[in-house]
Design a protein around this ligand. Structure first.
Ligand code: 57M
Length: 358
């Protein structure tokens, strides 16, 4: 909004030119979202407690009984901070910004409905798995269909390390991108089982994609680094910046011992947005490295369930997802969390280094 209001005046007032720069606005989007979440966090936590959004703890898992009643649905705070900051700093005439907000809003709404039924209405099961999956596919499908109709966007696939091999997937791109988005949303949801475990790697991944998005939207840099140049997507860097800020602000309260959990409204929304940003940047395959922690957590569940079925009841891990395995081995929660963060930073750096390996 600031961009749309102030940049037209820059011909008369030269100093307003600074609002043209995506980098400048991204930094301020980060700071705005961080300030919104830190300032309004305590009031939001009090409100969640007042409306009795306390987490119910399953008795069959690792010992989380002390966390009983911790308010959940803190993802609402992340959503308000990201949407507010993005609307303030981004160019509101940019279609990619609106598409990204649509995806984030859609996936967050699905998570909100699930949380609302589970936590507020106190029904044990939220949305059925089928309903959740169907709605996720609907939001993702609509966003991808709109995206591939944009003239600047191509259905070519970027393959890390192989700059000359970029197959055009045509209409097959739609189911492919849909799997990326819905898969990422559910992977983040599975990871969200310890204080700060999902939001830490999410902040790192969004910071990494801020760079990829910026480079892809910048003709000279994209050409130099040999990535696909998509005119206009650079503006989504502002959304990524807001995500980093809101994520850090949420971590302020979600750090161990957590005062609030993000709930499905947070995990599904953040995951869907991360998947979409990877699709936008045309780095869908690289997302497996940037979001390596989410991938390992999901693989641990697939392996555990598969092995259990094949062997008629044997397990690979003490419990899946992977963080439960380490908890049951007796490793303190904070150590597991920090180690997963370290891993996520390493994976993001590895992914960034591929920019030079093409
Ligand atoms: C939701 N929810 C957390 C919180 C958070 C297929 C199967 C692997 C599915 C999986 C599952 O249900 N995963 C999705 C995980 C829950 O957190 C809430 O849920 C929101 C995210 N959706 O925001 O509101 C608990 O996690 C802890 N937590 C924290 N700090 C945080 O910042 O400590 C969350 C956020 C919270 C809190 O205790 O209550 C969760 O873990 O339930 N199911 C499982 O993970 C189950 N695993 C399992 O059954 N494994 C089997 C098979 C199926 C693979 C096996 O290994 O044999 C375990 N989950 C739990 N207890 N809690 C089973 C035991």
């Amino acid at each position: 909004m600031i961009y749309n209001l102030l940049v037209p005046l820059s011909t008369d007032v030269g100093v307003l030119n600074v609002f043209r720069y995506i980098t400048f606005r991204s930094v301020w989007a980060l700071l705005t979202a961080l300030i919104i979440s830190i300032l309004f966090g305590p009031a939001m936590i009090r409100w969640l407690k007042r409306i009795k959004c306390g987490q119910y703890i399953q008795a069959d898992g690792p010992h989380h009984q002390a966390k009983e009643g911790t308010p959940t649905m803190g993802g609402v705070m992340i959503f308000i901070a990201v949407a507010g900051s993005t609307l303030l700093w981004a160019d509101l005439a940019n279609v990619y910004v609106w598409l990204t907000l649509l995806v984030f809003g859609g996936f967050s709404a699905i998570g909100f409905a699930d949380d609302y039924i589970k936590v507020v209405k106190r029904r044990n099961e939220g949305l059925t798995a089928k309903a959740k999956f169907g709605l996720q596919c609907l939001v993702a499908g609509a966003a991808i269909a709109l995206l591939i109709n944009q003239p600047a966007y191509s259905t070519q696939l970027s393959v890390p390390f192989f700059k000359n091999f970029q197959p055009d997937l045509g209409w097959f791109y739609l189911p492919f991108a849909l799997v990326v988005m819905v898969g990422t949303s559910n992977a983040v949801n599975l990871t969200d089982g310890l204080d700060g475990l999902a939001i830490g790697p999410m902040v790192v991944a969004m910071a990494c994609f801020a760079i990829f998005i910026y480079v892809s939207g910048h003709a000279t840099m994209a050409d130099y680094l040999q990535v696909q140049n998509i005119q206009g997507i650079g503006e989504v860097t502002i959304f990524c910046g807001a995500m980093v800020g809101a994520g850090l602000g949420f971590l302020w309260f979600n750090a161990h011992p957590a005062q609030v959990f993000m709930g499905d409204v947070g995990s599904l929304g953040l995951g869907g947005a991360l998947g979409f940003v990877a699709v936008l940047a045309k780095q869908e395959l690289l997302l497996a490295i940037v979001g390596g922690v989410f991938v390992f957590e999901t693989l641990s569940v697939i392996l555990q369930v598969g092995y259990f079925k094949l062997t008629g009841g044997k397990r690979i891990f003490k419990m899946a997802p992977l963080h439960h395995h380490f908890e049951l081995k007796g490793i303190p929660e904070s150590k597991i969390i920090v180690r997963f963060w370290i891993l996520s930073i390493l994976m993001a750096l590895m992914a960034l280094s591929t920019l030079k390996l093409r």
